[in-house]
Design a protein around this ligand. Structure first.
Ligand code: BEZ
Ligand code: FE
Length: 290
């Protein structure tokens, strides 16, 4: 079949349109819509930045390295998406919530779905290293009514800024992780240690690239939560230490005013802390969608 005249006429200005012409027989319109948008933006970036062929080879080498650095234990692509703000933007457009509801943030790479259930009040610090912290949570709906029997999963870094699955030889299995359930008043509580802020993994291609660009690779001190209850949108979020000096430069754009909390000193000889936080859940829009 003869090529259409326009297909022979690829130029700097019409490149994306010519690509689109080749999708006219697409059997999947939503795929071709996304492909068309990606190619149109990609061509625009190339026109704007004008890479030489050598520059472009470097881009391809970088993407190749990101692929090689990814496996079951480490997801360099997720890190790239998180640090470029793409993950935060996807969360934002998929969880538009009223101002008084708890916003979502990215789940991050250190979540484990197999963490054990713990009894109310349990201590999730299995090695006891760090300054003790008592956490009390309250889970409410938008009308201020308690959400009873919600499942609350929590995970956090230790007092040196490392997750248990980053240090399998140094920390006990499931250290600083646990699954709790809210009581009839929507409350839960547990004991832990105060988490430390940390640097995101920067020893791979994503870290090397962004460090060279002067990008801050820090995460302010936080606790992670995932809260599920039937009929409600799942909350996946962080609770941040309001006094952390690095809030404004969080590497993954997770800090929001609604997620700041006070780690208050507990009276006593040794440093110990307490934290109270209220989570507000939104009813799910459709059956089965969380
Ligand atoms: C985290 O908070 O655990 C995290 C999220 C995204 C990238 C790196 C770490
Ligand atoms: Fe974290």
């Amino acid at each position: 079949m003869a090529a259409s005249p326009i297909a022979l006429n690829f130029s700097e200005t019409n490149s994306a349109e010519i690509f689109d012409e080749r999708l006219v027989n697409s059997k999947d319109k939503s795929l071709s819509r996304v492909l068309s948008a990606v190619v149109s933006h990609l061509h625009q970036i190339i026109r704007e930045t004008g890479p030489s062929p050598a520059d472009w080879r470097k881009v391809i080498e970088f993407l190749t390295e990101v692929g090689h650095a990814s496996d079951e234990r480490r997801q360099e692509w997720v890190l790239l998406s998180d640090l470029l703000g793409a993950s935060a933007l996807v969360e934002a457009i998929n969880s538009r919530r009223p101002k008084s509801a708890t916003p979502n943030t990215v789940r991050g790479p250190f979540f484990r779905a197999d963490a054990p259930n713990r009894k109310a009040g349990a201590d999730i610090s299995l090695d006891g290293i760090g300054e003790p912290l008592d956490v009390s949570g309250h889970v409410l709906d938008l009308d201020g009514l308690p959400v009873a029997r919600a499942i609350v999963m929590t995970w956090q870094a230790n007092s040196q800024g490392y997750y248990e699955n980053q240090q399998p030889d140094l920390q006990p299995e499931f250290n600083l992780r646990g699954v709790f359930e809210t009581d009839a008043d929507g409350r839960f509580h547990y004991r832990t240690v105060r988490p430390c802020g940390y640097g995101v993994p920067d020893d791979g291609p994503v870290g090397r690239l962004l460090r060279q660009a002067g990008y801050p690779m820090l995460r302010p001190s936080h606790l992670h939560f995932m809260i599920k209850a039937p009929g409600f949108e799942t909350i996946t979020t962080h609770v941040y230490d309001r006094n952390d000096p690095h809030l404004a430069e969080d590497a993954i754009f997770g800090v929001k005013p609604e997620l700041l909390a006070d780690f208050r000193p507990k009276p006593g000889d040794e440093p110990a802390w307490q934290l109270d936080f209220t989570f507000v859940m939104v009813r799910a829009k459709q059956e089965g969608r969380t």
